[in-house]
Design a protein around this ligand. Structure first.
Ligand code: SF4
Length: 339
């Protein structure tokens, strides 16, 4: 039996008005996203810069007010709760930010930063609080003496460990990890990712892992959702997405991953997409990917919006007119090579 969802997002929209002095219009940052995360699951949300991934994460923790749709946490709709009503729910969901430099208050000691959520939600005396902070620092691989230091005395990797300790201080059931290692040196990325995976396994929290680097998503996630211009274009298990991507956009993203085998790497066909991701102020008609898709079937792809629908009689979903219900899909690499 499948467990009830920890997080259920339906038809999420986040639009930002553009001031008239800057040309006016509306940025369609997120335009109808559905996401479900069950207990203990790690869902990777991937896409290029500007696809709306971080906006989805910020809406889920209600740092941004959604324009439309619903966000349910453990079955309770939190999409329009006031900040006061949200307070008890804030124990359940925490965010790890991309930039470990700006996400820690430079005037607070590490101990105070980690203790802040515990103080806000009350219930612990100062002695218990100190013990809890030390145990959290130990959990993320930092010496307990670090609690007396300040953020500027720490390396980037150590700061991100402090961010993780703070996020886990209230034992949340859902962690939103927004590009948690992309601002770190490559040499420390692996150790922070391994720590995140170990903590997830030990503590069993669910996670929305936002990233543009597919190699890290393959390492960390059970399921993957691919976002393009504020809409999910493909979703499936890690194996489905990485062994047989169906949507031409997913195929192009995967073709960019280098494999550690030079002869195989030389034989692989890289799909180079033309141009940048279009402006979310005026997204293309029909399938928003049609302006860059190597297999676009025009005019149909420019006129008809493809629906995200299940294929292969499984939970896997794709939104492309050319993907059959049995999973037959166009080969974007061959088409790109002909262009
Ligand atoms: Fe390409 Fe058309 Fe499929 Fe969009 S619907 S991904 S344009 S083939």
């Amino acid at each position: 039996m499948t467990s009830p969802p920890v997080l259920e997002v339906r038809g999420l929209k986040k639009h930002f008005p553009v001031p008239r002095s800057r040309g006016g219009g509306t940025v369609h940052a997120v335009d109808g996203v559905d996401v479900t995360i069950r207990a203990g699951e790690v869902l990777g949300l991937v896409g290029e810069s500007g696809s709306g991934k971080s906006t989805v994460g910020k809406c889920v923790v209600r740092l941004l007010e959604p324009t439309g749709g619903t966000i349910a946490l453990h079955g309770r709709d939190i999409s329009h709760l006031s900040q006061r009503e949200l307070r008890p729910m804030r124990r359940q969901v925490h965010m790890v930010f991309q930039d470990p430099y700006s996400s820690l208050d430079p005037r607070q000691s590490i101990g105070d930063i980690v203790a802040e959520p515990l103080r806000m939600h009350g219930g612990l005396g100062s002695r218990e609080l100190g013990k809890k902070v030390e145990s959290l620092l130990d959990k993320v691989g930092l010496a307990t003496g670090m609690r007396y230091r300040y953020p500027h005395e720490l390396s980037g990797g150590q700061r991100q460990r402090v961010g993780l300790a703070r996020s886990l201080s209230l034992d949340p059931s859902l962690l939103i990890a927004d590009e948690p290692v992309s601002a770190l040196d490559v040499s420390v990325q692996a150790s922070v990712l391994n720590l995140l995976m170990d903590l997830q396994e030990d503590l069993g929290f669910s996670c929305l892992f936002i990233a543009h680097d597919l190699a890290t998503v393959e390492l960390v996630c059970n399921r993957v959702a691919v976002l393009y211009l504020g809409r999910i274009v493909e979703e499936g298990t890690r194996e489905e997405i990485f062994t047989s991507p169906k949507h031409p956009y997913t195929q192009s993203l995967l073709s960019a991953i280098a494999v550690p085998d030079p002869p195989l790497q030389r034989r692989r066909e890289r799909i180079i997409l033309t141009g940048d991701i279009p402006s979310p102020i005026d997204p293309p008609s029909g399938c928003t990917f049609h302006t860059r898709c190597p297999v676009a079937d025009l005019p149909r792809c420019a006129d008809e919006v493809p629906i995200l629908r299940p294929i292969e009689a499984s939970a896997r979903q794709v939104s492309c007119h050319l993907v059959g219900a049995d999973g037959t899909a166009p080969d974007a690499a061959k088409a790109a090579a002909r262009i």
